[in-house]
Design a protein around this ligand. Structure first.
Ligand SMILES: *Cc1c(COP(=O)(O)O)cnc(C)c1O
Length: 264
């Protein structure tokens, strides 16, 4: 994930503990989550990385059983769905980002917190404006987390088009899958029934040495919004060679992420 997922935990004084991710959908591995959770765990932040939701049924079951709160990091997944439910509405809180690289990008920094819990929502609103309610009557020490009005206005204009943006991204992803999938040495991760979070093998895990590129896949129960179309390039230095090849043809790419979080 991006640094912010762990940084926000550290800033509260808590200790981030990392759980492993699935090599196929790239999201939180529920089995590893279950192993790492302890009586000192306050909250779990599953990330809906690259635009598709983590395995929320299992994550919620594990956390509910232990009374642990769930905060969905939906920064890359605005409009994504898990079994028909919108990303960010399944856990106790959902967070979204309107940084320019996200699916609903602004011209600066902004974000959104959502919750179905009335009380926690009210507290979040207080914290947003220096804890004041009404104005100049402060109930707690909050901060200034208001969105710039110009940015809000821009996002208001773009928001009605989010469905079209998503459809375009999905069409692009389908085009990549078809065009790239037709090439020799290219394999689709996952396959038939979708989520590979349950110890399924990836195409690079043995048998097929001829595989050089693994395409991303959407789990059957997920509506993927493709914030990123993420390839896995097998073989030492092949990734960097491919990136240079594309750069020479003025095709932009990015390594998501060059240093994994647990190594920072
Ligand atoms: C972008 C991003 C964030 C942080 O969003 P900001 O608006 O930059 O604070 C958090 N988590 C993930 C997964 C992101 O991609």
């Amino acid at each position: 994930t991006f640094f912010a997922t762990a940084g926000c935990i550290a800033r509260t004084g808590a200790t981030p503990v990392f759980a492993d991710s699935s090599p196929v959908c790239f999201n939180l591995d529920p089995d590893d989550l279950a192993r790492r959770i302890t009586s000192r765990t306050k909250a779990v932040i599953p990330v809906h990385l690259f635009g598709q939701c983590a395995e929320m049924d299992r994550i919620m079951a594990i956390c509910r059983e232990r009374g642990v709160a769930v905060i969905e990091d939906g920064a890359q997944a605005l409009g994504a769905e898990y079994k028909g439910k919108k990303a960010g509405t399944i856990g106790d809180f959902g967070i979204f980002s309107f940084f320019p690289s996200k699916n609903l990008g602004g011209f600066g920094d902004a974000g959104m917190l959502v919750t179905n819990r009335e009380e926690w929502g009210a507290k979040a609103r207080l914290l947003r404006t220096h804890g004041s309610q009404p104005k100049y009557y402060h109930k707690m020490v909050g901060g200034n987390f208001r969105m710039d009005p110009l940015l809000a206005a821009l996002l208001g204009v773009k928001f009605p088009h989010l469905g079209e943006y998503t459809a375009r991204r999905q069409a692009n992803a389908a085009f990549y899958a078809e065009a790239l999938g037709a090439l020799a040495g290219v394999a689709q991760s996952g396959g038939d029934d979708g989520c590979l979070c349950r110890g399924r093998k990836t195409p690079d895990s043995g048998a097929s040495r001829s595989v050089r590129l693994v395409l991303p896949s959407a789990c059957a129960h997920n509506k993927h919004i493709w914030n990123q179309y993420t390839l896995r390039v097998l073989g030492e230095r092949r990734r960097d060679a491919l990136q240079k090849f594309l750069k020479d043809r003025e095709i932009g790419t990015e390594v998501y992420y060059p240093v994994p979080m647990h190594a920072q």
